[in-house]
Ligand binder design. Sequence first.
Ligand code: HEM
Length: 124
Amino acid sequence: MKKDIESKEDIVLLVNTFYDSVKENKTIGYIFSDVAKINWETHLPKMYSFWASVLLAEQSYTANPMIKHIALSKITPMTETEFNEWLLLFTKTVDDLFAGQIASDAKFKAGNIARLMLHKIQTV
Ligand code: HEM
């Protein structure tokens, strides 16, 4: 039986597995590798902190992710297509690894943030 997301170690596994699948994805992988030329050594710890703050009330993430994504949308397509793919990969990663209340919260909150991000991108 799968366990719920309960610890920072669980968050690290979730985030690492998610970005492994993002890197290989035809629809959004290039945005990270070619457009943003992301430095994974700095990006991944930020994402551990973000998700631990959202799901485990760690309160270590204090930045504003909206601004970065709005800036990104000015240089590369960030439409419903890209957000749907992001959410599909995130949901699949959560479901492959975990089950429970916090796992459900993770999918629900990711969906809400993704919708809000897309809305902001379309309206600013
Ligand atoms: C099409 C969908 C998305 C794409 C292509 C994308 C891409 C990126 C990229 C390239 C960065 C690095 C920006 C930089 O450091 O210059 C980033 C950062 C980040 N993303 Fe996304 N993202 C997407 C959706 C989301 C969603 C839905 C969330 C939240 C649920 C999210 C959360 C974050 C966070 C927290 C950061 C770190 C921002 C910071 O503090 O520097 N992203 N994203």
